[in-house]
Design a protein around this ligand. Structure first.
Ligand SMILES: [Zn+2]
Length: 199
């Protein structure tokens, strides 16, 4: 166990070094995600889960293009993002763009500490599922609940649908923006898009 702790400590130092390097290189368009995720617990969790990689997801420093789409994902296309370009949300089956996944995971953990339960119904949505949803639920523009396939925020891994009771809904409306999430679709109180503030 002592060697495990030593390993985690050395990895945390590496993470901090990485983060310092990233911060030093930060561009004007850099956005910060992840709410209060820079704390010790988040770093420890990252070290324990072993998901930190050389791309520097731990640095929480990313760029968006002029359409607000993550630069690193734009070339894939909406709903065409390979699984390994997305990040798992905690230990769930859900995946999102890495900063969104980290922000959501942190938000769920913080809410839980306050006795609020946030469940995830949906996250990244491949193009084929967008087509299927549009067929089943109708296009939003025609009174339904589905985005035109190929335009969904879910197709960029930048939105999540949440299972919220009234207490959780109220908590989200008060706190979600701290983690980068906004309620941005009328008639869909479960839909929360990740809109990180630009630095
Ligand atoms: Zn949604």
């Amino acid at each position: 166990m002592n060697s495990r702790i030593a390993d985690i400590q050395s990895r945390m130092i590496a993470l901090q070094t990485q983060q310092a390097a990233k911060t030093a290189q930060a561009q004007p368009t850099t956005v910060q995600g992840g709410g209060s995720g820079d704390d010790f617990a988040a770093k420890l969790q990252e070290a324990m889960s072993g998901t930190t990689n050389t791309a520097g997801t731990s640095a929480r420093s990313f760029t968006l293009n002029s359409k607000g789409i993550p630069t690193e994902l734009a070339a894939y296309g909406n709903g065409k993002i390979p699984a390994n370009a997305l990040e798992q949300v905690g230990s769930t089956r859900h995946k999102l763009w890495a900063p969104a996944a980290q922000g959501l995971n942190q938000m769920i953990a913080d809410a839980k500490r306050e006795g609020v339960t946030i469940g995830i119904t949906d996250s990244y949505r491949p193009y084929e599922e967008q087509v299927d949803l549009a067929r089943r639920k109708g296009l939003y523009s025609q009174g339904g609940l589905a985005a035109k396939p190929g335009t969904s925020e879910h197709g960029w891994g930048m939105a999540t649908d949440l299972d919220l009771d009234s207490k959780a809904q109220a908590w989200m409306r008060k706190n979600a923006d701290k983690y980068g999430f906004v309620e941005n679709v009328p008639r869909e109180p479960w839909h929360w898009a990740y809109k990180p503030k630009t630095a």
